[in-house]
Design a binder for this molecule. Structure first.
Ligand SMILES: [Zn+2]
Length: 334
């Protein structure tokens, strides 16, 4: 268990989480550096509260090069009216704000990957201090947590909303109920490569309803993927009863990641040629991608094979691949 005598977070909020109305402000994190001796990192935050009700905590930019979340959440923060809310909505469009400002997955300050930094440290790096603030201040306020992700610059995904298989089946059922309400074209029972240090795990261990997304990738957003994110955020607020109105229900294909065989990693580097596109089916042993050696002509490509039958739900995005890169992810229709 964590020590209970941790020092207070160095982060101070310029908003009052208990006040009714719409407040746009910052999480201010002191960060003394060469170009700003007593300077701070200013993480934008919006709180919309009206009376008594559940609290939704919405985050984007956990990874700085994933854009559907920030697009949907800067938009929601600008538009949400306190009069239409019953309860509270806390919006942080760019959680790892230094990474978001640099358009990088991890922080340019300390190379911190926000989603491997939980529970964080109040006396740690900038990224660890932000994680600690979410761990000890924001997550305890929340009933439902929605954390937007996409593939970033190096992956591309079929658009899905997801939750995890949990020991607490009641908590798990609630999460999948919110995944359904989100209404992405695909809904995923998600398996993590390594769940240690994730925001997801921190929220789930606190008993919160936690859902996440992967809505595209390549380091940008499309009109379609941004629209999915915006609609999903509103649907989650409706499902939570925080805003009134019927859920904008959408057809969804449920998917499952049954085992580690879902993942195919590159064992060689080179020029990657996919033989299958996102959403297409593969059979066990079939070739998903071919990695062409680039140092000489006349050399045979290395094939990346499917270890199971399924659908291609994610792929390496750039045209060149390195040994160890995640090349492809498969899932099966439920
Ligand atoms: Zn991400």
């Amino acid at each position: 268990m964590r020590e209970q005598h941790l020092r207070p977070s160095p982060i101070s909020a310029t908003v009052d989480f208990e006040a009714d109305g719409v407040q746009h402000g910052f999480l201010r994190l002191p960060y003394s550096r060469d170009d700003s001796a007593w300077g701070s990192v200013m993480i934008p935050i919006t709180v919309v509260k009206n009376g008594v009700g559940p609290t939704a905590l919405f985050t984007g930019g956990n990874h700085g090069d994933e854009y559907e979340g920030p697009i949907a959440l800067f938009d929601l923060a600008r538009r949400l009216d306190a009069a239409e809310v019953q309860g509270r909505v806390i919006i942080v469009p760019a959680m790892n704000y230094p990474a978001f400002r640099d358009a990088t997955r991890t922080s340019p300050i300390d190379k911190g990957n926000m989603n491997r930094s939980f529970p964080g440290r109040p006396d740690g790096t900038v990224t660890e201090k932000i994680a600690d603030y979410f761990q000890r201040v924001l997550l305890p306020l929340a009933d439902i947590v929605l954390d937007f992700h996409s593939g970033g610059k190096t992956l591309d995904f079929l658009p899905f909303c997801a939750a995890h298989i949990l020991h607490d089946k009641e908590q798990e059922a609630s999460a999948f109920d919110f995944v359904k309400a989100f209404g992405a074209p695909f809904s995923m029972k998600m398996l993590e490569i390594d769940a240690v240090g994730m925001y997801d795990t921190a929220a789930e261990e606190m008993g919160k309803i936690f859902i996440t997304t992967e809505l595209g990738g390549g380091g940008s957003a499309t009109a379609k993927s941004a629209a999915i994110a915006k609609r999903g955020a509103m649907n989650v607020l409706r499902r939570a009863g925080i805003i009134k109105g019927a859920i904008d229900a959408q057809p969804t294909q449920w998917l499952d990641m049954p085992s580690g065989d879902c993942f195919a990693f590159a064992e060689d580097g080179g020029l990657v040629e996919f033989l299958v596109d996102l959403g297409e089916a593969v059979e066990p042993g079939s070739v998903i991608a071919r990695i062409h050696p680039t140092s000489r002509t006349g050399a045979e490509p290395i094939d990346v094979h499917a270890k199971m039958a399924g659908m291609l739900v994610a792929r390496h995005f750039p045209g060149l691949i390195k040994a160890g890169d995640c090349c492809a992810v498969l899932a099966v229709a439920v």
